[in-house]
Design a protein around this ligand. Structure first.
Ligand SMILES: [Cu+2]
Length: 119
């Protein structure tokens, strides 16, 4: 009798483990995109990466200030490249073909504006 209970528990645990693994696999629909932005300095990097951190479905982001390219890893089931570009635009920066939101751009620090003479 006791053995049967133990066997049942093991069976349940094995089943749960399998389910968990299946979920992990489902959550693993990750993709990476590289988006050209209009960032100019380290502050821009912070602003964009912060915007990405708050963006739904975005796992990681890393902006290279030299190339102005932000590499974003995201969950394909939760967001799309279009939404990510829109979020960058809303932060005040161009993102590939999506131009910076004018209102957000106006709020940027003077050194962060792409047409700034400071650079
Ligand atoms: Cu800047």
């Amino acid at each position: 009798m006791k053995t049967k209970v133990i066997v049942a528990i093991i069976a349940v645990m094995a089943f749960l483990a399998q389910t968990t693994m299946a979920q992990d696999k489902k959550a693993g629909n990750m993709a990476t995109i590289k988006i050209k932005t209009s960032s100019v300095c380290g502050m821009c990097k912070e602003t964009i990466e912060k915007a990405m951190a708050f963006e739904k479905g975005v796992k990681t982001s890393d902006l290279d200030t030299k190339t102005k390219i932000v590499t974003v890893t995201y969950n394909t089931e939760k967001t799309t490249p279009e939404k990510i570009k829109l979020a960058i635009s809303k932060a005040g920066y161009d993102a590939d073909e999506v131009k910076a939101d004018p209102k957000a751009y106006a709020k940027l620090s003077p050194c962060c504006k792409k047409d700034s003479k400071m650079h």
